[in-house]
Design a protein around this ligand. Structure first.
Ligand SMILES: [Zn+2]
Length: 465
């Protein structure tokens, strides 16, 4: 026993221990951080010893039995100070909110096309468009030409005029103007003599073609060729099955147009050699499940009141699932086995390249600072496409049975790891890590075991194995 310990034991006899040694740690909001906004925030952290009651800004806080606590606090723009008083000790914890904007509303013209340097085809009609207050007289100067814009029938704050170029030209300046509003310089316009051919240089799943209709994006494999008829900023308009799609130019390289390339270019089939989904007539031994522990390395994910990181508990839970799936005979591959960061698309590619039968990503949820994690606490499973949906439903219906948290069911989530077009992929938010009860539950081996068993049950129900 050293001298420090002697003093501690002696002091204990005189003052109630909770008041003497109380140590309050705030996990959120982090010290000197800046929150997004709002008029309240959750404050989470832990106190030791766990039963210590203390005050934040004069409000009594009663910790959960683990010592983790959650309380909501009002906040104001600028500097915010939490005064934490435990026994005779008092200290401050500072964080910030953005200062309230004081700019008065200024009516103005907002260019829509071209908003950025853009390219169109010669001979093809297109619209220059902007947004401005209704009943304004709006014109556009396009190079030497002046166009009068008309309000659109369904929205009087949208103005447009049709235009086409008969010959190729480069970087024509465009400005929208009105007698009553400040000038609005827009992106430049170029006219391209003909369609340009591109090939995909981006990695698989990194390169997406977004349909103009708002339907699901399509993944383009490397070395896939496309015709482009224009661009807006960094986005190229390319054609697949005679419909326009947008692709980020970072993933494209111009090539000499191959003779066979047309706007009717068929959509790539990335599902070739995969399936059926669910795997029919396959034994568990022939079935490969990829388990993905979310986050890792420099990305901790969400953080619980006691400082538990999502990346750490994700991996612990994944290890429990791995054990139970292997015992049931399944082949299992983990996207990460230690505390390293793996890119989202690397995780997806791993499942694709191994021709996995299912991909399950494990996460724990949190909420915006303005909401109360205790009230928001729930479990959910995210899916994106049809092949993911059946797997998600089967697994989630088993998880609902074992989780004490409210279930919000299977949700459609446009998440990188869910978009795999060939491997049924789901992302499970197994509880709220920022709620003290959730944080305690997910660390218990009993819960980890029953969650793993539920996932196995769901997989079996899905695959009929
Ligand atoms: Zn996460």
């Amino acid at each position: 026993m050293n001298l420090k310990m002697c003093t501690f034991v002696f002091a204990l006899q005189l003052i109630p221990s909770a008041l003497l040694a109380a140590e309050v740690t705030i996990t959120f909001p982090p010290s000197k951080s800046t929150l997004a906004g709002g008029d309240q925030t959750f404050v989470i952290g832990k106190v030791s010893p766990p039963a210590t009651q203390f005050e934040i800004n004069g409000v009594q806080v009663t910790p959960y039995r683990t010592g983790s606590f959650l309380t909501m606090m009002p906040v104001t723009p600028g500097k915010n100070t939490l005064r934490i008083k435990a026994g005779s000790r008092e200290r401050e914890h500072i964080f910030y909110l953005p200062k309230a904007a004081t700019l008065p509303f200024q009516p103005r013209i907002e260019p829509l096309f071209p908003a950025r340097p853009s390219g169109v085809q010669t001979g093809q009609s297109f619209s220059v468009r902007c947004k401005a207050p209704a009943n304004s007289a709006i014109s556009a100067q396009v190079g030497e030409r002046v166009l009068v814009l008309k309000p659109e029938a369904n929205d009087p704050t949208l103005y447009s005029a049709e235009l086409n170029f008969s010959s190729a030209l480069k970087d024509l300046p465009v400005t929208f103007f009105s007698a009553t509003l400040p000038d609005a310089p827009a992106g430049t316009l170029s006219a391209l003599a003909g369609p340009v051919a591109y090939t995909v240089t981006g990695k698989l799943f990194e390169t997406q073609a977004r349909p103009a209709t708002g339907a699901n994006a399509v993944h383009l494999p490397p070395d896939f060729n496309l015709l482009s008829t224009g661009y807006a900023g960094s986005s190229h308009t390319v054609w697949l099955e005679n419909a326009p799609y947008y692709v980020d130019q970072r993933y494209l390289k111009q090539i000499k147009t191959p003779a066979a390339l047309t706007k009717a270019q068929p959509l790539p089939d990335l599902g070739k050699g995969f399936g059926p989904h669910p795997p029919k007539n396959k034994s568990p031994r022939e079935t490969l499940i990829v388990l993905d522990a979310g986050h890792g390395g420099s990305d901790p994910g969400a953080i619980g009141p006691s400082g538990l990181t999502e990346k750490k508990i994700n991996l612990i839970q994944v290890r429990a699932i791995e054990k139970i799936l292997k015992a049931a005979g399944y082949q299992v591959l983990l996207t990460r086995v230690d505390d390293t960061y793996i890119g989202l698309y690397d995780r997806v590619r791993m499942a694709y390249n191994k021709r996995a039968d299912a991909f399950i990503s494990i996460h724990y949820n949190s909420c915006a600072s303005t909401s109360n994690p205790q009230e928001r606490r729930h479990i959910s499973t995210y899916v994106w496409n049809e092949i993911g949906k059946t797997l998600g439903r089967a697994v989630h219906s088993e998880l609902e049975k074992i989780s004490p948290a409210r279930s919000i069911g299977v949700q459609k989530g446009n998440l990188a790891v869910c978009r795999n077009p060939a491997v049924p992929s789901i992302l499970i938010e197994l509880d709220f890590i920022t709620a003290p009860e959730g944080e305690e539950l997910i660390q218990s081996t009993a819960f980890q075991q029953s969650a793993a068993e539920a996932i196995l049950k769901g997989l079996r129900a899905w695959s009929g194995q």
